[in-house]
Design a binder for this molecule. Structure first.
Ligand code: NI
Length: 388
């Protein structure tokens, strides 16, 4: 069963919505225009209920099937926020807002779920209830958590939840998922080094925080290679090193900032413990002090095995079995859909964006050719999970 014909015929309309979102990117929870547009469309399609303001600026749409005696309730989630990035695509529908762009395809995700909403409102060929979740603040603001904390799962009796993200480099019409961890826990690390400033020509009278920081950077790389089981995954990336004001002055202090990624709670605990120990111990070794602050961010995006297999089977209905990878290798990016998967069984799915620039790149653009398969996936997910 390929792409749904009715959905293929809606491609132009959905593309227009997508490009409108693209031209008008909004950040984090400040997605007022996007959320208003989503709510207005959901009402126009005939959703049974449209509730804005969930998780600050999230929007929920409810569609009841022809029958809903089964009592089944399936949620589908899209993210609405953009990134603080200057677009360089030069496209006719490029961002109209300086310093903001949809560089992760959330414009596309929102348009896909709206397309599915329109189709499902028209056809209602399922026995149960679809809960559409349009969330703010995926890019670092934990908008998914905000919606869960606002009671979205309990309020509408959600039983399973699904999310989807485009992947540049995967062919149009392809899908990928896996049982268990699919994306990493994304934690932040900040290390404040205090030493003793002085004249660069009299290093023996000073304690050099740059030297201490350099040793810390190197020593932290031993965690992944010497503390973590080689069959587990871990990343410690120090991405910022700030110190000093002049070429002939030994600084008083230095600051390292980075990220730590893991796929299991055990490795996550180990990373936190070793980063603190190594930073503080190394600074002490050279006569300074270091305070390592480990802040937990998005948890692991962990798919539930049954729901991941089901999502893969739905994707195979849409695109054919050979277009679906049901055991994709996890990636070490983070996703706040993880909070929804901690709240309810479900699965996250990648779908192909074709040969485009990578997400978070200023030349990235969501590929509108992914619309028919993406929307069909959502529609078939509802119809297959809750057959009429
Ligand atoms: Ni994204």
């Amino acid at each position: 069963m390929p792409v749904v014909n009715r959905i293929a015929s809606m491609k132009e309309e959905i593309t227009a919505w997508r490009r409108d979102f693209h031209e008008n990117p909004e950040l984090l929870y400040d997605v007022h225009r996007t959320a208003a547009s989503v709510a207005e469309k959901l009402k126009a399609f005939g959703c049974d209920e449209v509730v804005p303001g969930i998780g600050q600026t999230g929007v929920v749409g409810i569609i009841k099937g022809k029958r809903w005696e089964s009592g089944k309730v399936i949620a589908m989630r899209a993210d609405m926020d953009a990134l603080p990035l200057e677009e360089i695509t030069g496209l006719p529908y490029a961002s109209k807002i300086k310093g903001k762009m949809h560089a992760c395809g959330h414009d596309g995700h929102t348009a896909l779920l709206l397309g599915a909403a329109k189709y499902l409102c028209e056809t209602r060929n399922f026995d149960g209830t679809v809960v559409l979740l349009f969330q703010p603040a995926e890019e670092g603001g934990a908008g998914g958590k905000a919606m869960v904390d606002d009671g979205v799962m309990d309020r509408w009796g959600v039983q399973e939840v699904y999310g989807m993200h485009n992947q540049p480099g995967m062919a149009i019409g392809t899908f990928a998922t896996c049982p268990g961890p699919m994306l990493a826990a994304a934690d932040s690390v900040s290390i404040l080094i205090e030493a003793k400033g002085g004249h660069a020509a009299k290093p023996h009278l000073a304690i050099d925080p740059v030297l201490i920081g350099s040793h810390i950077v190197v020593a932290l790389q031993s965690i992944a290679s010497r503390n973590v089981n080689p069959l587990d995954s871990a990343i410690v990336s120090l991405c910022m090193f700030h110190a000093g004001t002049a070429g002939n002055v030994i600084a008083q202090s230095a600051e390292l900032t980075g990220t730590a990624r893991s796929l299991t709670p055990q490795v996550r605990d180990l990373l936190e413990k070793r980063i603190v120990e190594i930073s503080e111990g190394t600074a002490k070794l050279f006569g300074g002090t270091a305070k390592a602050i480990y802040t937990r961010g998005y948890p692991v995006t962990r798919n539930h095995a049954r729901q991941a297999a089901f999502a893969a089977s739905v994707a195979a209905q849409v695109s054919g079995k050979d277009m679906v990878n049901d055991n994709v290798t996890p990636v070490m990016g983070g996703e706040d859909f993880s909070y929804m998967l901690e709240s309810r069984p479900g699965a996250f799915v990648f779908f192909g964006n074709g040969d485009t620039a990578s997400v978070h790149h200023p030349a990235y653009d969501f590929n509108d050719d992914a619309i028919p398969a993406g929307v069909s996936f959502w529609a078939r997910l509802a119809e297959t999970a809750m057959p009429a």
